[in-house]
Design a binder for this molecule. Structure first.
Ligand code: URA
Length: 254
């Protein structure tokens, strides 16, 4: 009888431990540790040709407990030098979008599909305008990193910034114009845990080229806030077509 009880207790405690070790249930420290380990792996990764020409790998920045993870395409010139995602012109626009949402770089997590700078001509790393989209091979070599970052953070929502990110995370070949602004799902590898809602939207660099896209992005970001049960801070921010909100920023709550 005593032996059966001990066995029962053991089974219970093992079950409890298995549940506690699900990333969804992790505490801040466990998430941070997992992200730090991933960052170390990323900076020493030699998994594709980009490792040979990068200045700095760009793992990602933000909160290990972020409710929203923003995923871009890959580092550009500025990011390669700083080791931080979205610090160039597109990054400054992303900061304004976050501010208009009442969020900040510290309260969300920002990462890219590939962690090193894809260059058109790697023999001229000093040249500006030398960025290119990552190749399917580079995406395949790197995608495990972003998947594990997402698993460690277990956000409530993922925002895909641009076609490369949306296609890679959703495993689709549909053009961004078809999938943008519509909720989709990120299925965690191995099928563990519930799928995470994904909002595909335009990349901030596309907004820099075409201001008319700002209204669509703002509408997508309002849908993200609604999914989080939050409101955009201040009616001024909601003014269509959204250009003023994204240009000037808005009052922040965080
Ligand atoms: N564009 C991206 O997709 N990511 C960055 O980090 C910078 C620009």
């Amino acid at each position: 009888m005593r032996d059966r009880l001990t066995l029962l207790e053991l089974v219970r405690s093992l079950r409890l431990r298995a549940q506690v070790s699900r990333p969804e249930d992790w505490a801040w420290g466990e998430r941070q540790t997992a992200l730090d380990r991933l960052s170390s792996e990323i900076v020493s990764c030699r998994g594709c040709q980009l490792a040979a020409t990068r200045i700095k790998a760009v793992p990602g920045v933000g909160s290990p407990e972020a409710q929203v993870v923003f995923v871009g395409e890959g580092p550009g010139y500025e990011e390669d030098r700083k080791g931080e995602p979205f610090v160039g012109k597109a990054g400054q626009l992303l900061d304004r979008i976050l501010k208009a949402m009442g969020l900040s770089r510290e309260s969300v997590f920002i990462a890219n599909i590939v962690k090193c700078h894809p260059m058109k001509d790697p023999s001229t790393p000093e040249a500006r305008g030398n960025d290119r989209p990552p190749s399917p091979e580079e995406i395949a070599a790197c995608r495990g990193f972003v998947e594990r970052q997402i698993a460690a953070i277990a956000p409530r929502v993922i925002v895909c910034l641009g076609a490369v990110s949306a296609k890679a995370l959703l495993g689709t070949t549909e053009p961004l114009s078809r999938i943008r602004g519509r909720w989709a799902e990120f299925r965690r590898p191995g099928g563990s845990g519930a799928p995470i809602p994904v909002m595909p939207t335009y990349h901030p660099a596309a907004l820099l080229r075409d201001e008319a896209l700002k209204g669509a992005v703002w509408s997508d970001m309002k849908a993200v806030l609604a999914a989080l049960g939050r409101e955009a801070p201040g009616a001024g921010v909601l003014r269509p077509p959204g250009a003023s909100a994204l240009k000037e920023g808005a009052q922040t709550r965080r």
